[in-house]
Design a binder for this molecule. Structure first.
Ligand SMILES: [Zn+2]
Length: 328
């Protein structure tokens, strides 16, 4: 059985440039309308750190509407999940530019004390946004997908109520950040993990439901749509070299991205999954699709993709509901 989970990173990704209205609020509003009309739910990975800092520094007037939007989505039954870019918490706003703290770019390499502090701060902020002191995020996605080294972050998240992570994309490699998800390629559609997120462990507490990806030759990574959406962030020489090395591999992971892919690419990827399901219909296949509010400009493709799933009798669910199915 296949179920598709639409997850969207609700954030201004990158260096903090750009307006909440254009990159977060407006695209999320259209998406909310489309999914509500279709009667299906999304998972919003709300990046708590940047919203809290933007609110504190009063740098973007749309923050009030953004907070109301998150609360509305929550009341409508969409899943509000935790996404974290910790580099924001020590950020400084000077002369109209955010200076983020790159020493805290990867949550997982910080001290146990600091990781706990950051996670608690983020959850408390979401509680205040939702005006619900009992709110506990069910699902987590790390900033820039960095969930290595896996401990102690995983156990801290679990102690705070997190049951699912969706940071891994099989085959992922970022040498500059010590991210290596190549060993996960041989894993199934989901797995429990403990010491290393790549290694299935029965004794694990959190379940990994990875962002769906397929290994493809480099030429398939280059479409006009994806290149057009690529950010033009400034980058140092070492990062550039590492990025080129990462992309020199014969096969690379292409994420199931409903904002960056064309409808024919989305369908082609689903056809492979459907084929696999025909061979093994009894294996549950939660398929996580990813998007970013900032990349969401082509709503027709999302609409067509929803129709395609409906025609093929593929249900849409949330990570929270997928968890129940996994346990049963
Ligand atoms: Zn992000």
């Amino acid at each position: 059985m296949i179920e598709v989970i639409f997850t969207i990173d609700y954030e201004i990704y990158g260096n903090g440039e750009g307006s909440l209205k254009e990159h977060v609020y407006n695209p999320a509003r259209l998406l909310q309308k489309m999914f509500n009309q279709a009667g299906v739910k999304l998972v919003f990975f709300v990046e708590a750190a940047e919203l809290e800092m933007i609110e504190k520094a009063k740098t973007d007037l749309t923050i009030g509407s953004v907070k109301k939007q998150i609360k509305d989505l929550y009341l409508e039954g969409h899943e509000i999940a935790l996404h974290l870019h910790p580099q924001w918490y020590n950020g400084n706003y000077k002369n109209g530019i955010w200076q983020l703290d790159n020493l805290e770019y990867n949550l997982c390499v910080l001290s146990e004390k600091r990781i706990t502090q950051i996670i608690d701060k983020a959850i408390n902020y979401l509680r205040s946004v939702l005006s619900d002191s009992t709110y506990t995020p069910f699902s987590f996605r790390a900033g820039n997908w960095l969930f290595q080294p896996t401990q102690p972050t995983a156990k801290i998240l679990f102690s705070r109520g997190i049951k699912i992570d969706s940071s891994v994309f099989k085959g992922g490699l970022q040498r500059q950040n010590n991210l290596d998800y190549r060993p996960a390629v041989k894993n199934g559609y989901f797995w429990k993990f403990r010491e290393d997120i790549n290694k299935p462990a029965n004794s694990g507490e959190i379940i990994e439901v990875p962002i769906y990806s397929e290994m493809v030759p480099p030429w398939r990574m280059v479409t006009r749509k994806r290149v057009g959406l690529q950010t033009t962030a400034r980058e140092n020489l070492l990062n550039k070299i590492n990025r080129l090395l990462n992309s020199a591999r014969p096969l690379q992971p292409l994420k199931l991205d409903f904002c960056r892919m064309t409808i024919s690419e989305l369908k082609a990827m689903m056809i492979n999954i459907i084929r696999d399901d025909q061979k093994e219909p009894r294996t549950y296949k939660p398929i996580v699709a990813i998007g970013h509010t900032k990349d969401l400009v082509d709503f027709d493709t999302v609409k067509n993709f929803l129709s395609y799933l409906k025609e093929n009798n593929i249900k849409i669910t949330t990570l929270k509901d997928a968890h129940n199915t996994i346990l049963s």
